[in-house]
Design a protein around this ligand. Structure first.
Ligand code: SF4
Ligand code: MG
Length: 324
């Protein structure tokens, strides 16, 4: 396994108390595999990714337990210098907001080229040539000319392609993309997702796609891990989830995705709001919103039950849920 996160715990100290952002998350991704991590905002999906990337080691966020095994080594035990090397060369992250992640004062070519100058010791001229190659690779038309332009001269979708090019530059083994298409309109979202899927096929990298939108990952993910209130509530191959969810929260997410074949049918929305991480409900954290909740749900935390060898659900009544 390329990345194997085991029983990760992350807390945030706030004025109002300790927020348990990640409560025992385990997930993994193999080389050549795409894992989608799905959940509403505040579910802990981004925080987990930041802990994996090692960009969370400063207060108020604190990793309080677990392991992050990357190619067999626990990243949480590495010295910061070693960690930085892994982060630069072996894993890369793509964020939602390309405009604030890019330097507005540098041309796109200089920013891409800098990766090669700093990490590979290339000359500026060679680095520029590599920048053009990268822009071609992420299908930015007219790369030779556009390499001289500034970020604000690119559309949102093209800027996100530049971010993807930066992430690919050093050929990392793992890319984590956190809501990479959320700021884009729907057609451009699909194009950027398709690009990520193509690049994943061309290389042997592992890809973690973090999203709140089940609709955008259906065609690109191999597995899905659904998070709620800092835990994984369902983890399964993508086809299993689409066939029949084994957790009422997954079902809610699935039924809120607009589908062509359900035109005219009213969209299901999950009632209520996700809980505050300062006050996670006892028992199953989803019980205040769950249409299937019973007494035991208010008192007993459901473990991640084995639904099959490939699949887990943290619902006491997963069988009923599967049966619809
Ligand atoms: Fe709903 Fe109970 Fe299952 Fe939680 S354990 S998802 S409250 S049925
Ligand atoms: Mg987020």
């Amino acid at each position: 396994m390329l990345l194997d996160v085991r029983d990760l715990h992350v807390e945030f100290r706030t004025r109002d108390g300790v927020a348990k952002a990640v409560n025992g998350v385990s997930y993994g991704v193999d080389a050549g595999e795409t894992l989608a991590v799905l959940g509403e905002s505040g579910s802990g999906k981004s925080v987990t990714a930041q802990a994996v990337m090692g960009i969370l080691d400063t207060p108020p966020g604190r990793i309080t337990g677990g392991e992050v095994l990357f190619r067999g080594r626990d990243l949480l035990t590495l010295k910061e210098e070693e960690r930085r090397r892994v982060r630069g060369a072996e894993m890369a992250m793509i964020f939602q907001d390309a405009l604030s992640s890019l330097n507005p004062a540098l041309t796109v070519g200089d920013q891409l080229g800098e990766m090669f100058v700093v990490h590979r010791g290339m000359s500026k001229k060679d680095a520029r040539a590599r920048a053009v190659e990268l822009m071609d690779r992420v299908r930015i038309p007219g790369a030779k000319e556009r390499v001289r332009q500034y970020p604000h001269q690119f559309s949102g979708g093209m800027r996100q392609r530049v971010m993807i090019a930066m992430a690919l530059a050093l050929e990392p083994a793992l890319i984590i993309a956190d809501e990479p298409t959320t700021a884009l309109d729907v057609t451009v979202q699909a194009q950027v997702m398709e690009l990520l899927a193509e690049l994943r096929r061309e290389t042997d990298m592992g890809l973690i796609l973090i999203t709140h939108d089940l609709g955008v990952v259906a065609d690109v993910a191999d597995r899905i891990a659904v998070m709620y209130a800092g835990r994984i509530v369902e983890s399964a191959p993508v086809h299993d989830i689409y066939k029949a969810p084994a957790h009422p929260y997954t079902r809610g997410l699935l039924e809120s995705v607009p589908r062509l074949d359900h035109k005219g049918r009213e969209l299901y929305a999950i009632r209520g709001l996700p809980p505050s991480l300062l006050h996670i409900p006892p028992g199953c954290a989803f019980h205040p919103r769950c249409p299937m909740a019973r007494d035991v749900c208010r008192t007993d935390v459901p473990p991640l039950y084995d639904v099959s060898e490939q699949r887990g659900s943290a619902c006491h009544f997963w069988r009923e849920c599967l049966d619809g």
